[in-house]
Ligand binder design. Sequence first.
Ligand code: KIV
Ligand code: ZN
Length: 508
Amino acid sequence: MRTIRIFDTTLRDGEQCPGASLNPEEKLEIARQLAKLNVDVIEAGFAIASQGDFDAIKTIAQTIKGPQICSLARCRKEDIDRAWEAVKYCERPRVHTFLATSPIHMEKKLKMTLDQVYKQAVEMVKYACSLCPDVEFSPEDAGRSELEFLCKVVAGVIEAGARTVNIPDTVGYTTPWEFGKLIENIIKNIPQVREKNVTISVHVHDDLGLAVANSLAAVKAGADQVECTINGIGERAGNASLEEVVMAIKTRKDFFDCATRINTKEIYKSSRLVSNLTGLMVQPNKAIVGANAFAHEAGIHQHGVLQDRATYEIMQPEDIGLTESKIVLGKHSGRHALANKFKDMGYDLDKAALEKAYQRFLEIADKKKDISERDLEIIVAEEIYVAPEDYKLEKIAVKSGTHDKPTAKVQLNYKGEKIKTTATGAGPVDAVYQAIANLTKVKARLIDYSIQAITGGTDALGEVTVRLEGKKRLFVGHGADTDIIVASAKAYLAAINRLLYAMTKEQS
Ligand code: KIV
Ligand code: ZN
């Protein structure tokens, strides 16, 4: 049976999604999870884009075992050198270089003739092959390119040494019928594809909501690699979602007659991790990983599922690693029980992280009788994947209601020093945020604020996610607590701490 290679670009195209910027530690954490998911290739970034991107790719290449590690590069020597410098440390490095081939991109963006584009693509693939044993080439905007010229470029780069040619629908313009036909034509018209055993890959954007459908049409037409991202995040409307492509191939094996190497039981965790770290929420009705994807609301459906799950379920929640959020621990559970539970859930926490998680667990267990797996996930997201905490919340008291002007008294700990103030606002959260802004003196604009109850009941943890804009970038913060005002303050401080951390990283 054919194996379809899964090329994950969450850390490159996914990170191009507005507001999804990740720090190097977070990128490494996601790369670790992608390795557990068993993706074939991790596109870890665009090495020449910034020093931060370069460092993150290099660390991933030095640390992550299993998947190939790849960096993107324009068809320019300096880009290719930088990409190679970043990935050369891993066992199987890959350089992915691209140049646009559509009339509009060549004329308006590149201001290059067809001949110039052809020559540069071939020359730069040759150059990349002189450095890196595995080179991928993408004719950007292939979906709107003229077939004859596209085939000429693809044949040229194969002769130059590219062993994977990726066909992007950069602007998500094509339909599944057209895109499938395009892949079929490329394979049919370019004999070198078969002769040199070249992998034809696809990379589709979701502007018309067709990214997954187009990717699957391409697989049916003979493409052997799909480029995709966790939760479908990416430039504009995003990329094809990894979980949807993989589960479609698995669930409809009878139709696609192929398989991937993905460990689907890691899908749910990957989705949660990416959502927690980027602050990009997954819509409840999202296929595969949305909160409602396996929920049966209508009585008639519930009745059917109780008789036989297959009446309304074409996949099992367990297939994607979604187990019922069981009550797992309580106030009297010790460090050992907590460590074992984290291990069971697949989290490898070192001693310091475990101690931090345990202290937080005790705080929550004091307020909430039963702790579920979902609560533990929140502890990991809130306590472990965070920037150093320059500012910590110590005390908070708010007054609000129909008679009083909302007022907040906030005390923070700043590197060991207690600082406090009182502020008013339009509501209690606004008052708290005014107080924190006055104390930290960090210039940032609140872009997003959302709150979600984790598990049911009035003693549920409230999880607040905020996004702040500062230094022309967005920073995400999470906070969870049984008191939603406290959760709101923690989320705001977490985002401020990340902003300060990014600033110190940039200065160093
Ligand atoms: O969408 C696109 O064309 C890309 C290429 C760089 C592969 O992201
Ligand atoms: Zn793209």
